[in-house]
Design a protein around this ligand. Structure first.
Ligand SMILES: [Zn+2]
Length: 453
């Protein structure tokens, strides 16, 4: 079957500049002058190393590499680290920033009416805005958790926008926000999408309502279908106290439906025994501390999650509640909640939390080999953070700098798949004013359509 492209849908992405910066196979770039945190095997102390990039991959890492035939990029005064990994982000609603904190009510009351009239064009533009925010914050791999997949055209629009962005990540095919507990997701289009899926920067996963938000027959059928296609699965669980009280970790375990391919989000209010059930069955946990508080689930205890033996990833979740897309703030809050709950300084180390946002996070969500680390042969997805800025100099240790001092504005340089997406602190592929104007207009149109009922 022929998949409709964004062009065929009659949409365009005028705010996205031409793909002049995307890497060619014969491109050679030498990154020099920086201290490098490779994250090979976990936190690594910074070392003065050069990185040679050829095409989209890291060809060499070492001191004083020869620059012959390469564009030399001087990153003196910076630390180079793997690009950050976001484990859970509903990119479809990025243009609706802050809508869930209005006088009209919370997430369900405000986003429900909008979700019903949401268009493929709005989803695509939201992904485009989200990807600009991701790059700006140093995120180079994102799990786009598409929980308003109203139609196949909505899925296609998000996928096309992800591919156009040049950012690496996963499209986690979902369901309409309005789906009832007894309604099945569109498994037919999921199968068609999987059958046509090309290799590239974007891989395919499945986001479900899971046992907290759908009937047993539904979630069991949907998980089985995803597994038959070999796709990773993700769903929210145990966020609110009521949801945690269902103890669905036990139901999943007894059905044999936990494992490395089942990626659980939240568990904010879950007891230790349920966290341990996930860990013992190999399922990782993805948390979004800011939005878990903002949506009223409670306050996550990352130290308890670590003690339970879970593989962890962190996430920004959305702009609707969070406003900012700021992985540095997510890391800082995650580390500090660990200390607060433990009533003990440094119970959750900054180096550990940076690992959750890079190497371990990538492994937890089954991102492709080499994502979240800097290694020869791996994808050239990396960031350079200014270590001489107002925020960062002087600063304590490098893991402290990367989790407690730096801000998105300190991310001077972002490379994804060998292509430069941010240079000298400026996004290279995005006309920010055009993008935000278009986003505001689109949100206005959607809001008007929702008001018309
Ligand atoms: Zn979510």
């Amino acid at each position: 079957m022929t998949r409709p492209t964004l062009l065929a849908l009659g949409t365009s992405l005028p705010a996205l500049l031409p793909i002049d910066a995307l890497a060619q196979d014969d491109d050679r770039r030498l990154l020099t002058g920086a201290e490098v945190v490779t994250m090979q095997g976990g936190w690594t102390e910074p070392q003065a190393l050069d990185i040679l990039v050829e095409g989209g991959r890291i060809a060499e890492i070492g001191p004083d590499l020869a620059s012959e035939g390469a564009e030399v990029i001087d990153l003196s005064g910076h630390v180079v680290a793997p690009g950050l990994v976001d484990g859970h982000w509903h990119m479809w609603n990025s243009i609706a920033r802050g809508m869930a904190r209005s006088d009209a009510g919370g997430f369900s009351e405000t986003m429900g009416p909008l979700a019903r009239v949401w268009t493929p064009e709005a989803s695509a533009l939201s992904v485009e805005l989200g990807m600009a925010l991701a790059v700006n914050s140093g995120i180079t791999w994102v799990n786009n958790w598409a929980h308003n997949t109203v139609s196949p055209a909505h899925a296609d629009a998000e996928i096309a926008a992800m591919r156009d962005s040049g950012v690496r990540g996963r499209f986690s095919y979902g369901y309409p926000q309005t789906a009832g507990k007894g309604e099945m997701m569109d498994l037919e289009d999921l199968c068609a999408t999987a059958a046509d899926w090309p290799d590239g920067r974007i891989d395919l996963g499945v986001s479900l309502r899971g046992p907290d938000r759908s009937e047993p027959e539904i979630w069991q059928t949907e998980i089985a279908a995803a597994r038959a296609l070999g796709l990773p699965v993700t769903f929210h669980m145990g966020g609110s106290r009521d949801a945690a009280g269902q103890h669905n970790a036990q139901a999943l375990a007894s059905e044999g439906m936990l494992g490395e391919d089942i990626h659980v989000v939240h568990m904010t209010s879950a007891p230790r025994a349920d966290l341990e059930t996930l860990a013992q069955n190999g399922s990782p946990l993805i948390i979004s501390p800011w939005t878990e508080m903002e949506v009223g689930y409670g306050v996550p205890n990352p130290a308890l999650m670590q003690e339970a033996g879970l593989d962890m990833a962190v996430s920004v979740d959305n702009t609707v509640l969070a406003g900012q897309i700021n992985m540095f703030e997510v890391m800082r809050l995650t580390a500090d909640l660990g200390d607060g709950f433990s009533e003990s300084q440094q119970s959750l180390r900054d180096a550990t939390v940076f690992d959750w946002a890079s190497r371990q996070g990538a492994e937890s969500v089954q991102a492709p080999e080499g994502v979240g680390v800097l290694q020869v042969g791996g994808p050239a997805d990396l960031i350079a953070v200014d270590t001489e800025s107002l925020n960062t100099r002087p600063s304590g240790s490098m893991d402290f700098l990367l989790t407690h001092s730096a801000e998105p504005e300190d991310v001077s340089f972002v490379m994804i798949d060998g292509a430069v997406h941010k240079r000298d602190g400026e996004l290279t592929r995005v006309d920010i004013r055009a993008l935000t104007r278009e986003a505001a207009e689109m949100l206005g149109e959607i809001s008007a359509a929702a008001a018309d009922g």
